[in-house]
Every structure is written in structure tokens, then in C-alpha cells.
Design a protein around this ligand. Structure first.
Ligand SMILES: Nc1ncnc2c1ncn2[C@@H]1O[C@H](COP(=O)(O)OP(=O)(O)OP(=O)(O)O)[C@@H](O)[C@H]1O
Length: 353
């Protein structure tokens, strides 16, 4: 494994993608810290333009190189170089303005879970829809390679339009949706492992025409804490995370590992959502805690983040004209809970605008 200085030297050879100078020259290697025991390296780099496809490319190369050098996990963060340095090295000629996707103002939020079946996709879909109901510009990427359920859940029948090199997402309930399901044969085997998924995700970020700057880009991640989930975590640009759990204390224990993965990859956790919290009788209003109790609270406490909400068991009441089996209507009691959670999330970013 490399020492901190060796990592600095290695990173110093990478080029700033717009200034075409080495990171050594631009003083773009800001921070390197190594956890030898866990074989983890955390790096902070400054480049001239963040939130670009070039950032994602350099990010992938850096992660690849560091893994080749013996690190098991890599955390990577980017910031913008100071204006003086950009001015000093700015190349002649028209500025390259392509590829500002997602833009600097887009908040990327990944929805993660410790295991499958806890409702991660349902939560992703309903958060996206409710952020859009608030008037936010929202994109949703279905990156759960084990089951691309988002299009079905939202009742999406259309497919994205491809024009030239750009893919135009499908819009549903005001959310721009891109799913791996659009690009693979139905029932095709799950061959999309780490690197392939990586390529696909890069394409989602760089070749998808999201239109005006998005406020939020949500990602439905693969469940679990195995290699695939770890790879995806590492590939994401500065992403925030929300962890979904069921109320059973053992479920929360497994979800805590997903939280640990987020921390390890330098992703800030915004909070925990507890799903399938209870069943409420529509006649008596009595609550039955079918899947146990306390898991969400316990996890939130352990991760030191807020419990953003508790979602009871219940189905949306869709009609045949507008079939979206997993989207709760705005007037539905669960729809209202999702709206409140969406408000909490949006408020976390209000002061920065
Ligand atoms: N609050 C809820 N009440 C009732 N059913 C729910 C609730 N949340 C999710 N479900 C149902 O549970 C099942 C699993 O949900 P979902 O697919 O969202 O989970 P997931 O964690 O994304 O699973 P996977 O990771 O395996 O894709 C679905 O059939 C979904 O409709």
C-alpha cells in the first residue's frame, strides 16, 4: 500500500481536465488521508470546474489507480480551485462549456438500504414525486441492477428518446426518469456488475439530457453492502445519502452497515427513513407494529442523523386511467407523509440557495 506522500505524487500526475496542467502544478491535491487497517484512502481534489462529465472521468481514473495500488476502498471529494489559480492557467480560446451535468446546483441524493425488499425503490419514487410536487426540478436514476422496478412502479410505458448522442429521459409526475430497465432486455441475466454498471452510470450522468438545471437528482441504489453497492458508492460524485430501513432492530443493524459504507465513501447521510413502520386500522385508528418497532430511531441515533419519517404499511389507491402502482396520491395519508419528508429534505438545502 502507498504512503500518503506516494499517493500525493500519484495524484499530482493527473491533469486538470480544463486547464490541462497537472494537479501538482495547480496545487489541486488538497488532502490525502489513509486508514491502513481498513486499507481506505480518502482524497480531496480541487479542479477548475466541478459537476462536469470531466470530473466523473477523472474520478473514475483516480479510484481505479488507487485500487490498483492496493487500497480496498477510496473516498473522493472535489472542490473548485481558487479563481486566482484558474486565471493563472486559463487556456486561450473559447471556454469549453459542455457537459455541465449534473450542474453545480444539483443536489445528488442516493437512496440506500442494508438489504433488499425494505422499500428502497418505493421510497425513491415517492420522494422524487413529492419533491416535484413542491415545484422542484427532479431527476431519478434507477440504478438498482438487481431489479429495475422504477418504471413499473411509476406506471411508465414510454421509452426514452435518443437523439444524436443524447438520451432524453421519460417524464412522469414531473420527474425525469432514467432506468437501466430502458436499456436491457426484459429478463436478461444480471450481468451488470461493477465496471459495467459504472459505465452505465457515467452515461446516465453525462449523456442524459436533464434539461434545465435539476434541483435534485435521486438515485435508487442496489441494495446491500457488497461489492456492487460499494463500487456504485465510489463512483458517485459528491452524493448525499438517505438510508431506508424497516422497524425491526435487526434490520436497522444491517442498515447500519450501509450507513458505514456511506461514511467510508465520504457521502454525507441526510437521514433515515423507516418504512413499513406499522399498520393503521382505518376503522379504529389503532396501530399494529407488525414488523417490530424502534429500528429507525435506533439507526438514526447510531448514525447521528435525523429520522426523517416513518411510513406505515398501505397501498396507493390508483385508478385504471392513471396507473402507477407505487405512487401515493397527494391526498393519501401516506402521500402526505412523503410530502412532509420531501419538505424536510428540500429545507436542508434552502439556505445554500
Ligand atoms: N409502506 C409500504 N406498504 C406496503 N407495501 C410496501 C410499502 N413499501 C414497499 N412496499 C412493497 O414492498 C415491496 C418491496 O418494495 P421495494 O421494491 O420498494 O423494495 P426495495 O428495497 O427497493 O427492494 P429491492 O432492493 O429488492 O429492489 C414492493 O412490493 C412494494 O410495493
Amino acid at each position: 500500500m502507498l504512503t500518503e506522500n506516494e499517493v500525493r505524487n500519484l495524484l499530482g500526475n493527473f491533469q486538470d481536465p480544463f486547464l490541462h496542467k497537472s494537479l501538482k502544478e495547480t496545487k489541486g491535491v488538497i488532502d490525502v488521508s489513509i486508514n491502513e487497517e481498513k486499507k481506505h484512502v480518502s482524497v480531496k481534489l480541487a479542479i477548475s470546474k466541478t459537476g462536469t462529465r470531466e470530473q466523473i472521468q477523472i474520478q473514475q481514473k483516480v479510484v481505479e489507480k488507487l485500487k490498483e495500488s492496493g487500497f480496498a476502498t477510496v473516498g473522493i471529494r472535489f472542490s473548485q480551485l481558487p479563481d486566482e489559480i484558474i486565471e493563472k492557467f486559463r487556456p486561450e480560446g473559447p471556454e469549453n462549456n459542455n457537459g455541465l451535468l449534473p450542474s453545480n446546483k444539483t443536489v445528488v441524493i442516493s437512496i440506500a438500504s442494508g438489504k433488499g425488499g425494505v422499500g428502497k425503490s418505493t421510497v425513491s419514487v415517492n420522494l422524487a414525486v413529492n419533491l416535484a410536487r413542491m415545484g422542484k426540478k427532479v431527476g431519478l436514476i434507477d440504478a438498482d441492477i438487481y431489479g429495475f422496478s422504477v418504471p413499473d412502479m411509476m406506471g411508465i410505458i414510454d421509452r426514452p428518446v435518443v437523439r444524436g448522442e443524447k438520451i432524453f429521459p421519460v417524464e412522469r409526475y414531473g420527474v425525469k426518469v432514467i432506468s437501466m430497465a430502458f436499456f436491457v432486455e426484459e429478463n436478461a441475466p444480471v450481468i451488470w456488475r461493477g465496471p459495467m454498471l459504472g459505465k452505465m452510470l457515467t452515461n446516465f450522468f453525462t449523456e442524459v439530457e436533464w434539461g434545465d438545471d435539476l434541483d435534485f437528482l435521486l438515485l435508487d441504489l442496489p441494495p446491500g453492502t457488497g461489492d456492487v453497492a460499494l463500487d456504485v458508492h465510489q463512483m458517485l460524485p459528491t452524493s448525499k445519502e438517505i438510508i431506508v430501513t424497516t422497524p425491526h432492530p435487526t434490520a436497522a443493524f444491517v442498515a447500519a452497515r450501509a450507513g458505514a459504507m456511506a461514511v467510508q465513501t465520504d457521502h454525507q447521510i441526510l437521514g433515515v427513513i423507516e418504512n413499513m413502520s406499522y399498520y393503521e386500522s382505518s376503522k379504529t385508528g389503532e396501530k399494529a407494529y407488525i414488523f417490530g418497532q424502534g429500528g429507525g430511531d435506533k439507526l438514526a441515533e447510531e448514525l447521528n442523523v435525523p429520522l426523517l419519517g416513518q411510513i406505515p404499511l398501505g397501498q396507493p389507491d390508483w385508478d385504471d386511467d392513471d396507473f402507477a402502482p407505487s405512487v401515493y396520491q397527494i391526498k393519501h395519508p401516506i402521500g402526505k407523509i412523503y410530502f412532509k419528508i420531501a419538505e424536510k429534505i428540500a429545507n436542508m438545502f434552502e439556505e445554500h440557495k
